[in-house]
Design a protein around this ligand. Structure first.
Ligand code: ADP
Ligand code: MG
Length: 233
C-alpha cells in the first residue's frame, strides 16, 4: 500500500490561536507533516486539547494553516479561491463527526442525499446511490425514519453513508465512535473498513480508543504539535 499515490498531504503546517489574554500565542500545530495514500486507513490519537480537531479542520480545508500546505490529490488547496475550495471539498472529502449533525426534519434517505443536492444534483439522480449506501450499511428498514427515530449507532451509520454519497477520495472522521458503546463502536469500525475496500476511500480517523486505532493501517500520536508514528502502513 506504500506504493500507492498520496491522496492527502500536509506539508509542515503550523497553526496557532491567540491566548484569551490576547498577549500570547497558543502554538497548537508546529511544522506538522502527514501523507495518506489511497485506501489507507490512518488513525490519529492524542490527549484532549492536543490539536486533533484543529488538524482535521485544516486537512479538510475548513480552516487555513498559518504556514505550510495541504494537498488533495497533489493539488495545493491554498491555491484555490473559496468557491472552488468549497466545490472540491464537497466532491473529494466526506466528514464524519462525533455528533452526527444530521438534519432533524429530514429522513435518513434525504440526509444521505444532501451532499449530492448541495453539489447541484437532482434528488432523482441522488436517490439510487443513497438507497444503496443505506442498504449496504444495514439500514434498509430505516430509510424513511428521521434521526430522532434512530439509535445513536444508527444515526452514526447514516452520517457515514452521507459522507460517502459523493464518492469522496478521503473521509475525515473526528471521534466517530466517541459517543457509542464498545459493541456499536466495533460495528462502526467493521463497516468503515469494509467501505474503505468497496469504495476505495482513504480515511483519517481521530480516536482516543487505542483498540480502534490499532485496527487501522497506520497510527500516529499527536503530541506537542507534531505527529509521532506508532504503527506503519
Ligand atoms: P483536540 O481535538 O485534540 O481535543 P482541539 O484541536 O479541539 O483539540 O484544540 C486544541 C487547542 O486549541 C485547545 O487548547 C483549544 O482550546 C485551542 N483552540 C481550538 N480552536 C480554537 C480557536 N478557534 N480559538 C482559540 N483556541 C482554539
Ligand atoms: Mg477534538
Amino acid at each position: 500500500m506504500n506504493q500507492s499515490s498520496p491522496v492527502l498531504q500536509a506539508e509542515s503546517i503550523s497553526r496557532s490561536f491567540p491566548s484569551s489574554s490576547g498577549k500570547d500565542k497558543l502554538e497548537i500545530l508546529k511544522h506538522l507533516s502527514l501523507t495518506v495514500t489511497s485506501s489507507e486507513m490512518c488513525a490519529i490519537v492524542g490527549p484532549s486539547g492536543s490539536g486533533k480537531s484543529t488538524l482535521l479542520h485544516l486537512l479538510g480545508g475548513l480552516d487555513l494553516p498559518d504556514s505550510g500546505k495541504i494537498y488533495w490529490n497533489r493539488f495545493a488547496i491554498s491555491d484555490w479561491k473559496p468557491d472552488k475550495l468549497a466545490d472540491e471539498r464537497n466532491r473529494q472529502i466526506g466528514f464524519i463527526f462525533q455528533f452526527h449533525h444530521l438534519l432533524p426534519e429530514f429522513s435518513a434517505l434525504e440526509n444521505v442525499c444532501m451532499p449530492a443536492l448541495i453539489g447541484g444534483r437532482d434528488i432523482r439522480e441522488a436517490e439510487p446511490r443513497a438507497t444503496q449506501l443505506l442498504e449496504r450499511i444495514g439500514l434498509s428498514e430505516r430509510m424513511h425514519h428521521r434521526p430522532a427515530q434512530l439509535s445513536g449507532g444508527e444515526q452514526q451509520r447514516v452520517s457515514i453513508a452521507r459522507a460517502l454519497m459523493n464518492k469522496p477520495a478521503i473521509i475525515l472522521a473526528d471521534e466517530p465512535t466517541g459517543n457509542l458503546d464498545e459493541k456499536n463502536s466495533d460495528a462502526i469500525l467493521d463497516q468503515l473498513s469494509e467501505l474503505r475496500d468497496t469504495e476505495q476511500v482513504a480515511m483519517v480517523l481521530i480516536t482516543h480508543d487505542r483498540d480502534i486505532a490499532n485496527r487501522c493501517d497506520s497510527v500516529y500520536e499527536l503530541t506537542h504539535g507534531a505527529l509521532r508514528q506508532l504503527k506503519a502502513d
